[in-house]
Ligand binder design. Structure first.
Ligand code: FES
Length: 170
C-alpha cells in the first residue's frame, strides 16, 4: 500500500518537473525569437532611385536629326531618354491625364497614349487629347566618370524644364 502511494507521488513529481522544464524552455524559446527579431528590425528594402543609362557616346545624334528617343529603359524604369543637339533629358513614360503608359512612334516622332488618345511630341509637349500638360521629366545628370544617371526620386513638370537637373548639357 505504501509503495503504491510512493509511486503515485513520484509520478506526480516527475510530471510536474517535466511540466516546469517544458514551460521554462517554451518561455526561453519565445523570448529568444523576440530578441532576434529585435536585432533585425523590419526594414523595407527598395530599389535605388537612381540608375545609370550609359555614357554620352551611346546617345549619338545623326547629323541630319534634331533629336533621338531611346526606349531601352521604358520597360524597367518607365522612362525615355531623349537626346537633342545640346542637351539630354529623361521623359517619364506616364500620361499626364490618368497615368497610362504611352507608346512612342518613331516615324512620327510622337508618343501616343492608348487609353484616351492623348498625343505628345518627342520632347513630351502635349499636342492633342485630354492630357492637361506635357509629360513630366526625371532628374538627370552626368557623373564624374562620364556616366549619365537618372534619378527617379526627383521629377520636373513643364514649368521647371529649364532648371538644371531637368536636363543635362552635352
Ligand atoms: S491616360 Fe492618357 S489620355 Fe487618358
Amino acid at each position: 500500500m505504501t509503495t503504491n502511494i510512493d509511486n503515485t507521488n513520484t509520478s506526480r513529481r516527475n510530471f510536474l518537473r517535466i511540466l516546469g522544464w517544458g514551460s521554462f524552455f517554451t518561455t526561453l524559446g519565445v523570448s529568444s525569437v523576440g530578441f532576434i527579431r529585435f536585432l533585425y528590425p523590419n526594414v523595407l528594402f527598395e530599389k535605388p532611385s537612381t540608375f545609370t543609362v550609359g555614357s554620352l557616346d551611346e546617345f549619338k545624334l545623326d547629323k541630319t536629326a534634331n533629336y533621338q528617343v531611346y526606349e531601352n529603359w521604358k520597360a524597367e524604369h518607365s522612362v525615355w531618354i531623349v537626346r537633342e543637339k545640346n542637351r539630354i533629358y529623361a521623359v517619364q513614360a506616364k500620361c499626364t491625364h490618368l497615368g497610362c503608359t504611352p507608346n512612342y512612334f518613331a516615324e512620327e516622332g510622337i508618343f501616343k497614349c492608348p487609353c484616351h488618345g492623348s498625343r505628345f511630341r518627342f520632347n513630351g509637349e502635349n499636342l492633342a487629347g485630354p492630357a492637361p500638360r506635357p509629360l513630366d521629366r526625371l532628374a538627370i545628370y552626368i557623373g564624374n566618370d562620364g556616366q549619365i544617371i537618372v534619378d527617379k526620386s526627383r521629377g520636373y513638370t513643364f514649368k521647371e524644364f529649364n532648371k538644371k537637373g531637368a536636363y543635362a548639357e552635352v
